[in-house]
Structures are given as structure tokens and as C-alpha cells.
Design a protein around this ligand. Structure first.
Ligand code: MN
Length: 284
């Protein structure tokens, strides 16, 4: 039960640039297997990013309605779904019923509480590949109203053979329209073989990390493969990456709040998680 759990405060953000390569672990979600690179025992937050699951690429056996990730509640966070391949249907307690396809982005704000379900909509043999990320809501917003945003065409920048897609915040003159509640950056970096090295400007007051989705991406000279998070610390004004591969750059202003996570909840006091679980079990 959550109220018996004790939560250590998350490790503080690094006070300068570091290169900590953290290994992910395998977890089971909705009958499938994911690579979970955040939270990690050594790193619970990157900015307000608090959770990162990478699934696929794998071949769908075909989806049956009602399988997938069934209805479940969230509090205190935003979920971000980004698909590189495949299709998922999102339904939630606001009445949303939205299919997300590859290249599209879903942002769901749980605030004080929301329930949703995510079911694959793929035919046998379809490739399924994507991520689900969570963002902890800061104290001033974590009790706010739930919301859902579908972004069918997130902004992209082509540069030197690379394609940069904005999932959160601003980079290279583009801004993602998703509503965020703390200074945040999320970018998908497609770095094909033969493309020149990509150098991105960074905000020095953010902390940053890179997770790799495909191939081998060399970040500041360090090769990174899937199921790893390269934590980069703070006080960097630029980052150089080289493919061939695909990676997510995650960053944000350090969220210096005592964030705790249990089940699908992000909270501060274990009693809040117990109350949310009780409300879900009582079908509220
Ligand atoms: Mn969920």
C-alpha cells in the first residue's frame, strides 16, 4: 500500500555538465515489453521528465479491442505518447476518442485526476514503435483540470540531413504547441547515416539527457544505444550528436520539488496516492 512506502528525495540535478550513461531495464506494460530508462535509481528526474518507456520496434500480432493498456487513472503528471510506427487509440474520462498514428503526438494532462485507455489498432505484421513519457506537474499546477491535446503535425526542422521534431518546448526557432507547466524541452532527432554531425544549442539553465531509440547515436563522443539514458547535467550551451540512429533529447529546468511516484501517480505525500487509488477502486 502506498502509505507504507517511504520515498527518498530524488538525486539533485548535477551542478554542471556530466556524461552519466545509465542502463534501462525491461518492464511489462499491457502484455508487452518496454525498455524503461527513467526513473533510474541514480536519476529520477530530468527537468520535469519523470518516466520514459520505449517500446518496439516489433511486429504486431494484430490487435483485439479491449487488449492493450486498459482503463487506469493518473494524477499529478502529463503523459506524452510519440509513435515512430503503428497506431494507438486513446480514450479518456473527458470523452476523448483519438487515434494517434506515427509522426503524431498526444499530450494528456492528468492534473487532479483522469482515467484513460490505450489500445493498439494494428494489423498483423504492422511495425509498432514508440515511446511514452511522463512529465511531473509542478506544485502550482498539479491539482488543475485534466486535459488532452492531439498534435497531428508537430513542428519539424531539417538541418544537415537530420530531422528534428519538437515534442515539447522550443528549439531551432520552432515551438511545440503542447501545453507545458514548467520550462521543458523534448525533441526527436532522426540522424541518418551520411548526415553531418548535428550541433544543437541548449539552454544552460536546463538539465538534459538523451535516450536512443534506434541505431547508435554518438553524443559528445559517447556512443549510446537503445535501453540507455545519457544524463548530461546542466550548464551546457550546445550538444553535438552523430548517427546513424534516432534519439530523444529531453531537457528542462530542474524541478526541485519532492516528487514521488507510485503506480500511475505522481505526488508529494503518500496519502495522496492512497486517496487516488481508493477513488479509482471506488470507481470515482
Ligand atoms: Mn496511462
Amino acid at each position: 500500500m502506498p502509505y507504507r512506502l517511504r520515498f527518498k528525495p530524488p538525486p539533485p540535478p548535477a551542478s554542471g555538465p556530466v556524461c552519466d550513461l545509465l542502463s534501462g531495464r525491461t518492464a511489462s506494460v499491457g502484455g508487452g515489453s518496454v525498455r524503461r530508462v527513467l526513473p533510474h535509481p541514480k536519476r529520477r528526474l530530468v527537468g520535469a521528465w519523470c518516466f520514459a518507456d520505449h517500446f518496439g520496434p516489433s511486429r504486431s500480432a494484430g490487435d483485439v479491442p479491449g487488449q492493450g493498456v486498459g482503463p487506469h487513472p493518473h494524477i499529478g503528471l502529463q503523459t506524452v505518447t510519440w509513435l515512430l510506427a503503428g497506431r494507438t487509440r486513446h480514450r479518456d474520462s473527458l470523452g476523448t476518442n483519438q487515434v494517434i498514428a506515427s509522426g503524431q503526438l498526444n499530450w494528456m494532462t492528468a492534473g487532479r485526476g483522469i482515467a484513460h485507455a490505450e489500445d493498439g489498432e494494428n494489423s498483423p505484421g504492422d511495425i509498432v514503435h514508440g515511446v511514452q513519457l511522463w512529465v511531473a506537474l509542478p506544485e502550482a499546477h498539479r491539482h488543475g483540470a485534466p486535459a488532452f491535446e492531439h498534435i497531428p503535425d508537430p513542428p519539424q526542422v531539417q538541418t544537415g540531413g537530420a530531422t528534428v521534431t519538437l515534442l515539447a518546448g522550443s528549439l531551432l526557432g520552432e515551438t511545440c504547441p503542447a501545453t507545458t507547466f514548467s520550462p521543458l524541452l523534448g525533441a526527436d532527432l532522426a540522424l541518418p547515416g551520411g548526415a553531418s554531425a548535428l550541433t544543437l544549442p541548449l539552454q544552460p539553465d536546463f538539465e538534459h539527457a538523451v535516450m536512443v531509440l534506434e541505431g547508435t547515436v554518438t553524443v559528445e563522443g559517447r556512443p549510446v544505444t537503445p535501453n540507455h539514458l545519457l544524463y548530461l547535467g546542466t550548464r551546457r550551451s550546445a550538444l553535438t550528436l552523430q548517427g546513424p540512429g534516432r534519439a530523444l533529447l529531453l531537457g528542462g529546468a530542474p524541478l526541485q520539488e519532492p516528487v514521488a511516484m507510485w503506480w500511475n501517480f505522481v505526488f508529494r505525500d503518500p496519502d495522496e496516492a492512497a486517496a487516488a487509488a481508493q477513488a479509482w477502486n471506488d470507481a470515482d
